[in-house]
Ligand binder design. Structure first.
Ligand code: ZN
Length: 456
């Protein structure tokens, strides 16, 4: 295929950001890896703090696989589904607040769609083979971009509507070889947190910077630490659409956004999408294996391929730019990472069970069951662990991953109170049950990292 490497040599007449990146590089690794700046130290992960999400996912009953469904096709058990749903709602909420509009689009499309987008010629190795359907060929989609381009194209747009931010948590498929599949990190069916921003050239930088800011906030809320920001460029011999000028402009824009952000980043060749360069946010697992979680891409190619346009102030037709961005990447990989980061001890808002209610004896069982019902009415996830599960001490230990344990003894039962134990070992004085639930509800609502707000 075409070699779409950026031509270093003709960058002389355009002193753009790309060239600056290469010049500033303190040293060039043997091939393809340019370190721009690592002045601010990268966060180091404690070696022992990370867990294997596959092992933990099974132990905690979050997800599993069945040979009859197939490898790389995990299913989600109720507790895993809670985490996933909560994460998806967090993302949708963040996107709504940032002015995104959500859509749904089908996971199938005709082969011609991917011929136009370029996936067929540049990406077919990763696609499932097409299905013949009454003379047509239909494929499981390898990305959401073409559908969103068609959604944009289905209506005429004025420059006043731009930037138009279209978001979807949608399914896509990748024909990974079975040898590399495992847990939630390498799967064949992917739920992608995706969005495409259709905008004018002038708006690209602000939109890309806005997406980086959303990523920063999401990581803070979720407790995810990036190991590096990477500017992913095309490499030699890869399959890329060839239009050197287009690649150079897109790269210059992303470089500029990164430079303005103040974030330390590295440029890496051979990691670009086939249609354009991208900013990748890298995370690492316990073994130090890196993966891309979040991405921001500038694309001049697909708007051209799909003949997208908007009506400008001059009344003429103009070509929009497409900014592809993902805050948490695939839901599968994001949840796998959260399992590894927290070792099952999720923040209260993400925890499958938020409150475990512990009646001291059988006598308090009615009050315990009533408290679970009150939790459910408030939107809190609670369950009873009664004396049939052993001594109070044994039940406290069994519920050690739950953020809150509500102990009800004879005294609490009479006074409609609970004695809260927090996951970090703190035991609070008995308080009215209504107050305890209101405070827990407030912390969950705020997606707080802290288990309790101390009185100030
Ligand atoms: Zn896309």
């Amino acid at each position: 295929m075409h070699d779409a490497r950026l031509p270093d040599d003709d960058a002389g007449d355009r002193p753009g950001a790309l060239k600056r990146t290469f010049i500033e590089a303190p040293g060039r690794a043997p091939r393809g890896f340019v370190v721009r700046s690592l002045a601010s130290p990268q966060p180091k992960r404690e070696e022992t703090a990370m867990h294997d999400h596959r092992k933990l996912g099974r132990e905690l009953g979050l997800f599993d696989t069945d040979p009859l469904i197939g490898s790389g096709l995990p299913y989600w058990l109720p507790d895993g589904a809670v985490i996933r749903h909560t994460l998806e709602e967090y993302i949708r909420d963040a996107e709504r607040r940032a002015g995104y509009r959500h859509v749904y689009s089908p996971v199938l499309g005709k082969r011609e769609l991917y011929e136009i987008s370029g996936h067929w010629s540049h990406y077919s190795d990763d696609m499932f083979p097409p299905m013949d359907l009454g003379g047509e060929q239909v494929v499981l989609r390898p990305s959401l971009c073409p559908h969103h381009a068609l959604i944009y194209r289905s209506r005429s747009h004025s420059y006043r509507e731009l930037p138009l931010r279209v978001a979807e948590l949608g399914g896509m498929y990748r024909s990974e070889l079975s040898g590399v599949l495992g847990g939630l990190t390498r799967v064949r069916a992917i739920q992608l947190n995706d969005a495409h921003i259709f905008c004018t050239l002038d708006q690209v930088a602000a939109e890309a910077a806005g997406a980086l800011e959303m990523i920063r906030r999401a990581y803070a809320a979720l407790g995810i630490r990036p190991v590096r920001y990477r500017l992913s460029l095309p490499g030699a011999g890869g399959k890329y659409v060839a239009a050197p000028e287009m690649w150079r402009r897109a790269t210059a824009m992303l470089t500029d956004v990164l430079d303005r952000s103040g974030l330390a980043y590295e440029a890496a060749e051979g990691e670009a999408a086939f249609y354009g360069p991208k900013i990748d946010v890298q995370i690492a697992d316990g073994a130090g294996r890196e993966a891309t979680l979040s991405t921001v891409q500038v694309d001049f190619h697909q708007p051209e391929q799909f003949d997208l346009h908007y009506i400008g102030p001059d009344g003429g037709r103009h070509r929009p730019v497409m900014v592809h961005r993902s805050i948490i990447g695939s839901v599968e990989r994001a949840v796998a990472h959260l399992i590894e980061v927290y070792g099952g001890a999720f923040p209260a808002w993400l925890a499958p069970t938020q409150v475990v209610v512990l009646p001291v004896t059988e006598a308090e069982l009615p009050q315990a069951e009533a408290l679970v019902r009150r939790c459910a009415e408030l939107g809190l996830r609670a369950e009873v662990s009664g004396p049939e599960h052993g001594s109070l001490g044994a039940r406290v230990r069994a519920a050690r991953l739950a953020p809150y344990q509500a102990v009800i003894g004879a005294k609490e039962a009479v006074g409609d109170e609970v004695a809260l134990r927090l996951r970090d070992g703190r035991a609070l004085n008995a308080m009215p049950a209504a107050e305890a639930l209101a405070r827990i509800g407030g912390l969950v609502e705020a997606r707080a990292a802290a288990l309790w707000e101390s009185e100030s």
